[in-house]
Write a protein that binds this ligand. Structure first.
Ligand SMILES: CC(C)(COP(=O)(O)OP(=O)(O)OC[C@H]1O[C@@H](n2cnc3c(N)ncnc32)[C@H](O)[C@@H]1OP(=O)(O)O)[C@@H](O)C(=O)NCCC(=O)NCCS
Length: 179
């Protein structure tokens, strides 16, 4: 059974031991970076990020990091949909040994159910972006109802994507799931 559990002294090392498959490090930050980033946010009076260990039958199999974004942080909002607040899933990974078993999809469904409780406030949508060449992420998000917003940008610079570019591996795609 898939569960989201808070980070504790007991599971911290297990989270840090989670591994990506070859080539996947181009798609996500490391887990230790996300934990360090959470520390920096909390110690600089920013909204606390929402971090969870993903468990399957009492075993840590993944990790996620989410945030609540309001108008002042408009870069995270889908303006054309009129979103005033959104939960952004900033990081989501399943250990390489546990991938391809349907667990990522089950975990994402749990995350969506959790966000429906509006843990940091009411929002209009959940947003996720992924690198265009990340076919696993694209398939998973589509399978749980996310739709592409039509926004594409250079994942390194944030500049709007020029459709004529051929270095497609640098393109990032926005998706959205309305509450
Ligand atoms: C993306 C990731 C979370 C998917 O987790 P997973 O547990 O392997 O995914 P699941 O087995 O639950 O698959 C769910 C759906 O995702 C899609 N999918 C998963 N792996 C896929 C692959 N290799 N190729 C194409 N589609 C894939 C399919 O639509 C699948 O549904 P289906 O099996 O019914 O067709 C995992 O590959 C991962 O951690 N990748 C590295 C980190 C990452 O890229 N995170 C996302 C950042 S935006």
């Amino acid at each position: 059974m898939i569960e989201l559990r808070k980070i504790t002294h007991d599971n911290l090392r297990e989270i840090l031991a989670l591994e990506l498959a070859d080539g996947q490090d181009q798609y996500v930050d490391t887990n230790i970076y996300r934990l360090a980033s959470a520390y920096v946010k909390i110690t600089n009076n920013e909204k606390p990020p929402i971090l969870f260990a993903i468990y399957n039958n009492d075993e840590v199999i993944g990790f996620t990091d989410m945030g609540f974004y309001e108008l002042a942080e408009s870069a995270y909002l889908c303006k054309e949909f009129g979103d005033k607040a959104t939960y952004g899933i900033n990081h989501f990974m399943i250990d390489k040994k546990q991938q391809g078993k349907g667990l990522g999809k089950q975990a994402m469904i749990k995350i969506i159910e959790y966000l429906y409780s509006f843990p940091q406030g009411k929002a209009d949508a959940i947003s996720i972006s992924y690198w265009m060449t990340n076919v696993a992420a694209r398939g998973l998000y589509k399978s749980v109802g996310f739709i592409e917003t039509g926004e594409k940008w250079d994942g390194n610079t944030g500049e709007k994507w020029d459709a004529d570019r051929e270095d497609i591996e640098l393109a990032e795609v926005g998706t959205r799931l309305a509450f």
